[in-house]
Write a protein that binds this ligand. Structure first.
Ligand SMILES: *[C@@H]1O[C@H](CO)[C@@H](O)[C@H](O)[C@H]1NC(C)=O
Ligand SMILES: *[C@@H]1O[C@H](CO)[C@@H](O)[C@H](O)[C@H]1NC(C)=O
Ligand SMILES: *[C@@H]1O[C@H](CO)[C@@H](O)[C@H](O)[C@H]1NC(C)=O
Ligand SMILES: *[C@@H]1O[C@H](CO)[C@@H](O)[C@H](O)[C@H]1NC(C)=O
Ligand SMILES: *[C@@H]1O[C@H](CO)[C@@H](O)[C@H](O)[C@H]1NC(C)=O
Ligand SMILES: *[C@@H]1O[C@H](CO)[C@@H](O)[C@H](O)[C@H]1NC(C)=O
Ligand SMILES: *[C@@H]1O[C@H](CO)[C@@H](O)[C@H](O)[C@H]1NC(C)=O
Ligand SMILES: *[C@@H]1O[C@H](CO)[C@@H](O)[C@H](O)[C@H]1NC(C)=O
Ligand SMILES: *[C@@H]1O[C@H](CO)[C@@H](O)[C@H](O)[C@H]1NC(C)=O
Ligand SMILES: *[C@@H]1O[C@H](CO)[C@@H](O)[C@H](O)[C@H]1NC(C)=O
Ligand SMILES: *[C@@H]1O[C@H](CO)[C@@H](O)[C@H](O)[C@H]1NC(C)=O
Ligand SMILES: *[C@@H]1O[C@H](CO)[C@@H](O)[C@H](O)[C@H]1NC(C)=O
Length: 700
């Protein structure tokens, strides 16, 4: 593939600004403007056969561990990433100034884009090599991805990655080659060899009240063409007796990131754990001592090749995780634990990613879950995707006035401080993987909310380098825009206006670190407009940041709120959940339909070849005019065109853009020759493709 100069000067300005913000080692101010090359090789016995993958090279301040801080908001590192193909122990890979900012191999640097711009000085340098596996999926797509191994799919140092030693390197500013050898492997999780699925989704030892389950998912395994697993961590209440045939408990499904071996509360205080285990909440906060609410708490282990969790729904890029969790794993839990298997006694909770998952689970599966208590969720309405007006802006990184769109903020002394912009985060992600494979936030949103591109990877909603939004791709996000989904299914056979009324509880603070209050406010605007004020129970608390329990409550207070809802909506409660709001007819997010809309066959159907019309009024001396269109391609594909006469190229190759209408008056055509337009499309991660139009025969 060729690189067609997609970096406009505007982009260079954005990335330069990024570099200034992040690289503050002003002592190292001499530019290294001449060739710096990193030569990477694999030591004997560290690789059998050949593999594709992604290499990330990190330059850390001298004497520090490059892994110590890799976060976009605080890392002092320089990151460079490169896709590698057909690597064997015998082959040397080169990451060099000549191929920096190179779309062919996907070399990318952050915060400095090119190796040429690494400031002279001393560094601790280390490289990681994430190996990809090629999979053939049931919808006909083939992709190369890394399958995580019970480690929650980290972006750089996943189990099984090859690593180099940390090398002290002095960058001189003169032409220089740095040799790094992959001679170690990131240790994989302890594994006795007996657990199903090996390291996938991890393996943990049960304790008295925390149990670990893992199943092979039929639905996911069918889609991915290999065995796929999902797991759960199950915290039992005090007094739970597996031999008791009478007592059954409601279940709180607590959604969120990779929990590893932790219970459904990630940061429980010792006091909380003791009280949970002994069954008595101590007197505090002006409330008397009382029994703990007796419920089973469940969190899920669903690391995927694209992130530490699947977002718990069915998607074209990740497959049927919604079905795997809701229709395979939950029935397994209900069979093996003393649960009340009724919607009123299945409650969804979670914050942030878990806030979105809990809301989406309740919205798509009112037949299964009674209610959600969703805290500071990822965008529920893409009119604001964090702070990006996704449906109306032309760029995801810049506002109309040219200022950078922020992504992470903090409030210090009541004053907002921006910690990272959307551009910075996306550019940083690119160093860990292209085609949405960084295992980081913006990429997984592209993966979950978007459909498949023609090449099988997620159809990205904007150019990851420039931020240019592709409305064509954004259009496909609408079925996972939860406000849009509710409004468009308000009074059809799903009847969501009535079915979901009184069942969605959503909380966010106005100082949310990731601007997630904006998506909640948009969701509220749209659902209130159709259902009346308060259709969904939305709490927006002033000056609260991201984090904490529902409505910023103390932990027991929040659990008692959920418990009371369950009692009120149970068969003996004041407002029992009606049978007609839990019918299967209200289900959404059907995987067959998701795939038909966004899978590989849909990607093929979106394409069209160039076409040509005209040539009706030719006379012997010429005078023919043809009109042509370039056809339909995925957004971001750069196109060049060429006229053909009787199959032979005529004139220059010229650049065209999608949507262009071309006209052509051939001068050299002779009688009975056929006129065609040929268009070649190129994009990073795509195989070059040439498509020909129909041919029109000259008649006279
Ligand atoms: C380093 O390069 C930048 C960008 O090309 C330039 O603005 C700056 O003046 C250079 N600094 C030095 C010390 O040469
Ligand atoms: C390569 O194959 C050999 C012989 O089968 C095996 O002992 C070794 O562990 C393999 N190495 C890797 C990195 O897979
Ligand atoms: C870099 O390391 C070299 C030795 O490798 C040393 O001579 C030099 O003083 C160091 N430079 C700085 C800025 O620490
Ligand atoms: C995927 O399909 C290709 C082409 O049919 C085949 O060569 C390859 O072995 C398949 N890979 C797997 C993992 O099944
Ligand atoms: C390999 O990496 C492990 C950490 O994963 C480290 O403990 C060990 O010292 C490394 N071995 C070598 C030879 O660098
Ligand atoms: C449940 O019953 C089995 C068989 O009677 C017994 O071995 C086990 O200890 C009992 N478990 C508990 C928690 O009482
Ligand atoms: C239960 O644990 C809580 C929290 O540590 C403690 O305050 C309380 O005294 C304990 N109650 C009993 C009955 O052990
Ligand atoms: C906030 O106030 C404290 C105390 O007055 C001060 O030390 C600190 O620098 C202030 N921070 C900012 C960002 O203004
Ligand atoms: C369920 O039935 C009740 C009582 O007949 C009715 O008022 C309500 O509108 C129905 N709800 C739905 C979602 O059909
Ligand atoms: C919204 O939910 C809260 C509990 O979170 C409850 O106190 C409040 O009454 C509810 N509001 C409405 C209008 O139902
Ligand atoms: C409802 O009340 C009846 C009568 O008191 C009781 O038998 C039944 O167990 C209760 N059901 C639930 C779910 O609490
Ligand atoms: C999903 O949709 C397909 C095709 O429309 C249908 O055959 C299937 O029964 C649906 N599945 C569920 C669980 O509703």
């Amino acid at each position: 593939m060729q690189f067609l100069g997609m970096l406009s000067s505007n982009v260079a300005a954005v990335t330069a600004a990024v570099a200034c913000l992040h690289w503050t080692a002003s002592a190292q101010s001499t530019n290294s403007s001449s060739g710096l090359a990193i030569q990477l090789s694999v030591a004997n016995n560290f690789l059998n056969g050949t593999t594709d993958g992604h290499v990330t090279v990190m330059f850390a301040p001298s004497g520090t561990d490059p892994l110590e801080d890799t976060d976009v908001t605080s890392s002092p590192n320089l990151f460079f990433g490169m896709n590698v193909f057909g690597v064997s122990a015998a082959k040397t890979m080169t990451l060099a100034s000549t191929n920096a900012i190179n779309a062919v191999t996907g070399v990318w640097g952050f915060p400095v884009v090119s190796l040429n711009d690494v400031p002279a000085g001393n560094y601790s340098v280390q490289a990681y090599f994430t190996k990809y596996e090629k999979v053939n999926r049931s919808d006909g797509s083939s992709i190369s991805v890394h399958f995580p191994c019970g480690d929650g799919a980290p972006n750089v140092d996943g189990f099984g990655s090859l690593t180099t030693a940390v090398l002290n390197v002095s960058i001189s500013g003169d032409p220089q080659s740095v040799d790094l050898v992959f001679n170690n492997i990131t240790a994989t999780e302890a594994f006795t060899g007996k657990e199903i699925g090996g390291c996938s989704q991890g393996n943990y030892e049960d304790t008295e009240n925390l149990k670990y389950v893992k199943i092979r998912s039929e639905a996911l395994s069918k889609f991915w063409g290999r065995s796929m697993y999902v797991g759960a961590n199950i915290l039992l209440p005090a007094g739970y007796d597996p031999n008791d045939t009478e007592t059954r408990y409601p279940v709180i499904y607590s959604q969120g990131h990779w929990p590893a071996d932790a219970g459904p509360f990630r940061y429980p205080s010792a006091n909380f754990s003791d009280a949970w285990d002994n069954g008595t909440i101590p007197a505090e906060n002006g409330k008397p001592a009382r029994p703990t609410p007796k419920m089973i708490m469940v969190s899920f282990r669903h690391e995927t090749p694209f992130y530490d969790d699947s977002y718990g729904v069915n998607t074209a890029n990740l497959g049927p995780y919604g079905d795997a969790i809701n229709d395979e794993l939950i029935p397994y839990i209900e069979k093996n634990f003393k649960t009340i298997p009724e919607p009123y006694a299945r409650i969804q909770i979670g914050g942030s990613t878990g806030g979105w998952i809990s809301a989406a689970s309740a919205i798509f599966r009112p037949d299964l879950f009674g209610a959600c208590f969703s805290s500071y969720p990822d965008s529920l309405d893409f009119h604001r995707h964090q702070d990006i007006p996704l449906y109306t802006n032309t760029n995801a990184y810049l506002r109309a006035n040219g200022s950078a769109i922020p992504s992470i903020r903090d409030f210090e002394n009541d004053t907002q401080v921006i910690l990272a912009t959307v551009a910075q985060e996306n550019h940083w992600e690119l160093t860990f993987g292209t085609q949405s494979r960084s295992s980081l936030q913006w990429d997984v949103w592209n993966t979950v909310f978007g459909v498949q591109a023609l090449n099988g990877y997620p159809l990205e909603p904007w150019n990851k380098v420039t931020g240019e939004i592709y409305p064509y791709a954004v259009e496909y996000w609408k079925h996972l825009d939860l406000a849009n989904y509710i409004v468009t299914n308000w009074n059809n056979s799903r009847n969501l206006g009535k079915v979901l009324s009184g069942r969605l509880y959503i909380y966010v603070g106005t100082w949310d670190d990731y601007f997630l209050n904006e998506g909640v406010q948009e969701f509220q605007k749209r659902t209130d407009a159709i259902g009346g004020a308060g259709w969904a129970n939305i709490t927006i608390l002033p000056e609260k940041p991201h984090g904490g329990n529902y409505q910023s409550r103390e932990i027991w207070d929040s659990l008692e709120l959920f418990y009371d809802w369950i009692q009120d909506h149970g068969p003996n409660g004041t407002t029992p959940l009606a049978k007609n709001v839990t019918l299967a007819s209200a289900r959404g997010n059907n995987f067959t339909e998701v795939l038909a809309y966004g899978g590989h066959q849909a990607a093929l159907q979106r394409q069209s070849p160039p076409s040509i019309t005209g040539g009706d009024h030719c006379d012997g001396a010429g005078g023919c005019v043809f009109q042509a269109s370039v056809g339909r391609w995925d957004p971001g594909v750069s196109l060049e065109a060429q006229w053909l006469i009787s199959g032979k190229p005529v004139g220059e190759v010229f650049e065209v853009a999608q949507g262009d209408s071309l006209s052509y008056a051939p001068t050299t055509a002779t009688k009975r020759s056929s006129i065609q337009l040929q268009v070649t499309g190129r994009k990073l991660g795509y195989v070059d493709e040439t498509r020909k139009s129909n041919g029109i025969q000259l008649r006279r």
